[in-house]
Design a protein around this ligand. Structure first.
Ligand SMILES: *Cc1c(COP(=O)(O)O)cnc(C)c1O
Length: 390
């Protein structure tokens, strides 16, 4: 880790894994257009780094909010960027038009705004229909008339696309998804405009949702959208690894208490490792004793409470690990973020997004990018060498 102070946690962002995962998206959706979702700081990986890496390889990026798109444009990203929550006032609309952003319209008020604002250029629009998510989106029955108004609106660049969002993420039969698709087909019938439905779950499990565009999020980062599965089960490679080091190792006697509240006591004499990582970095405090932490390439149990800056592991009585021994808290060479999340009743998405700003990011795989010859059309999925997954 040249140039980085020792003894601090960091995340490794593996851009080769990111590209591998994009290739998995392409394999599932041949010929489809990809809108890569980089909201919430690219699920905690760093939106600009991820956007720079994907910009030439996807047809569009997507963020939740206007300010996220602003930061990407300010960072030099010229790829189309869709704003999933759209805009809410004239200033937002003007800014979006100046920056050449694509907007999702999910409410009739946004149609009104487009109709009464004159813009420096036309904006591309996706009309989002609520087919069962019960969150953002216009009513199925109102959709046709709104689509026509948007299509007739001088501020809007045709064609006006159709979008909806799936509420369920599981494999196999899913009557709720069937119902969403049926409603979406009714709403968008006969328009001939591009349709955009699938998130990661749709891409991986339901070819019928693939349509013209897809919107992969979590799978790009190597994480499975399905409960009880890991990215590897879908052929994905983790992009984020949360890594640190031991900053102290000490010999404890049987019966010694460890950590706040003394919630764990040594069952036998052992060597205790103190890891520089805690909930102040985004490692959840609720992870219990026994959670695997990888030290020097092997799993050892987390013991005692996770504190803000530190956590402790039982290295075992014969351990040879010392200060500076490498630690992987999740990701390549460690436990999966999905398994950790499941053990505390949440999903991998949340743990990825919880990494705090004090944790530095180290980008891996960027050298390979730079040495690659410039390619005007980088869409052909370049397969990563098999077995590259740690
Ligand atoms: C976040 C999001 C996605 C991506 O979902 P994943 O499950 O991460 O693939 C797609 N579409 C919309 C509207 C979203 O908000």
């Amino acid at each position: 880790m040249t140039g980085l102070a020792r003894g601090i946690p960091r995340i490794h962002v593996d851009l080769a894994a990111l590209k591998h995962n994009l290739a998995v998206v392409r394999r599932h959706t041949p010929g489809g257009r990809v809108m890569a979702v980089v909201k919430a700081d690219a699920y905690g990986h760093g939106a600009l780094v991820v956007a720079q890496s994907l910009a030439a390889e996807v047809e569009a990026l997507a963020v939740a909010r206007l300010d996220e798109a602003l930061r990407l444009r300010a960072g030099g990203i010229r790829t189309p960027i869709a704003v999933l929550e759209g805009i809410f006032d004239t200033d937002g609309l003007q800014l979006a038009a100046q920056l050449g952003l694509d907007l999702i319209v999910h409410d009739a008020l946004q149609v009104d705004l487009l109709e009464r604002t004159s813009l420096p250029g036309r904006v591309r629009i996706w009309l989002k229909v609520d087919t069962g998510m019960g969150r953002l989106g216009v009513d199925v029955h109102a959709a046709g008339a709104l689509w026509q108004r948007l299509t007739d609106c001088p501020a809007v660049a045709p064609p006006v696309g159709w979008m909806t969002h799936l509420a369920h993420a599981r494999r196999g039969e899913c009557p709720e998804t069937d119902h969403q698709l049926a409603l979406f087909a009714i709403a968008s019938a006969g328009s001939g405009a591009p349709r955009n439905i699938a998130n990661s779950a749709g891409i991986l499990a339901w070819p019928r949702t693939h349509a013209d565009w897809v919107r992969p999020g979590v799978m790009l980062y190597g994480v499975s959208p399905f409960a009880g599965e890991e990215g590897a089960d879908c052929g994905l490679r983790p992009v984020m690894s949360l890594c640190s080091e031991l900053i102290a190792v000490k010999a404890l006697d049987a019966g010694d208490a460890v950590g706040y509240g003394g919630t764990w006591r040594t069952p036998r004499a052992t060597r205790l490792g103190v890891v520089a990582a805690g909930y102040g970095d985004g490692y959840p405090r609720t992870l219990p004793s026994g959670t695997p932490v990888w030290v020097n390439g092997r799993p050892v149990p987390l013991v005692g409470r996770v504190s803000m800056d530190l956590l402790t592991v039982d290295l075992g009585p014969d351990a040879a690990d010392g200060v500076g021994s490498p630690v992987v808290l999740w990701g390549a060479g460690g436990p999966s973020v999905e398994a950790l999340a499941a053990s505390i009743g949440t999903i991998g998405y949340e743990l990825l997004c919880r990494i705090t700003p004090r944790v530095p990011r180290i980008t891996l795989g960027a050298e390979a990018d730079r040495s690659a010859p410039p390619e005007p059309d980088c869409r052909a999925p370049a397969e990563a060498p098999s077995g590259a997954r740690a």
